[in-house]
Ligand binder design. Structure first.
Ligand code: S0N
Length: 287
């Protein structure tokens, strides 16, 4: 059976910069990994609206680019994955695009980003060194997999800084660690180290900081060797229950993507174009 196991490269990864961004770095590897790095280490990679817009643009490119099979989301440097919303641009109505933009109407740009990540039909891997705190913690939860360095620290801070995320920040966390533990995380605002997070099921593996990218790339390469559409359907299947009707819609439309190439579906299309009666009787009514 060993002959059926695909050879996975262990060569060092080479990243090529893509696009022109201010708050993130966006890179591709030739084998099909896209890497998005939040590049604001001076604020522990906190996100402002511009950061979220740029992550979203990079995710759109990664989704639409058929050469990309897996996406890595990370933060610049060893100190933080992401420390959540940039508190310096937090206004009374959400996060403002410009600091001190009096009267400007803010919003939570990150809400739409969470949905985009859930719907994106390719695996997203959080590569976490240092702090994943507040909205940064929710970002790693929304990723499909999390690889943590041994210096990673996880936690929610909302009740300490006068905010809360009752969306995926609550529901997905409870789904992953259980309701009691999720309430502890939100009600006490403690920090948890990488091994505690692993024991809770919040991270997939913990590795020494020096090995973080190598290990993450290895996991990506293993996924790249697998059927992309099977991975797509598995992601949609997990989310079908968790995301309710929106999750079922994604899974159903994925099924439609396959059905379009089926002779039965093509018969309907061709009959319409030829203005003839479709001959569906030639297709089996499957048991
Ligand atoms: C991450 C922490 C624990 C790191 O501590 P450390 O290593 O001691 O570093 P510091 O000296 O504290 O920080 C270094 C510099 O970075 C700045 N900084 C850090 N985090 C932020 C931040 N989030 N915003 C702005 N600046 C930040 C420090 O100020 C410091 O700067 P200098 O050197 O100039 O002094 C520690 O830093 C920490 O606890 N950070 C704050 C964590 C936090 O409060 N995060 C925000 C939580 N809220 C959200 O994330 C919002 C989420 C959201 O958008 C949302 C979405 C949907 C629904 C609701 C919400 C919601 O509002 O919650």
């Amino acid at each position: 059976m060993a002959g059926h196991t695909p050879q996975i490269s262990t060569e060092p990864v080479v990243w090529t910069p893509v696009g022109d961004f201010t708050d993130i770095r966006y890179e591709h590897s030739a084998e099909g990994i896209a890497k998005i790095t939040i590049n604001r280490p001076e604020v522990r990679n906190a996100f402002r609206p511009q950061t979220i817009v740029e992550i979203s643009q990079a995710l759109t490119e990664a989704r639409d680019n058929p050469a990309v099979g897996v996406i890595v989301l990370t933060g610049e440097g060893p100190n933080a994955f992401c420390s959540g919303g940039d508190q310096r641009v937090r206004g009374d109505t959400g996060y403002l695009s410009e600091p001190g933009a009096a009267g400007a109407v803010g919003r939570f740009h990150v809400t739409d980003l969470h949905i985009q990540m859930r719907r994106l039909p390719k695996p997203i891997v959080a590569m976490v060194a240092g702090y994943a705190i507040g909205g940064g913690h929710v970002l790693h939860l929304v990723c499909d997999l999390t690889i943590a360095a041994d210096n990673a620290r996880f936690g929610q801070v909302g009740p300490r800084v006068g905010s809360f995320d009752g969306g995926y920040g609550a529901s997905l966390l409870a789904e992953i660690v259980g309701a009691k533990k999720a309430k502890e995380i939100w009600f006490l605002c403690r920090q948890y180290d990488a091994h505690q997070a692993e024991r809770m099921g919040m991270v997939n593996t913990v590795v020494p900081l020096a090995d973080l990218e190598r290990e993450t790339v290895q996991w990506c390469r293993e996924m790249l060797a697998l059927s992309p559409f099977a991975l797509r359907l598995m992601k949609a299947s997990f989310h079908a229950a968790e995301d309710g009707m929106a999750g079922i819609q994604q899974l159903a439309h994925d099924a439609n993507l396959l059905f379009y190439a089926n002779e039965e579906a093509k018969e309907g299309r061709e009959a319409f174009k030829a203005r003839r009666r479709p001959e569906f009787e030639k297709f089996p009514r499957r048991p």
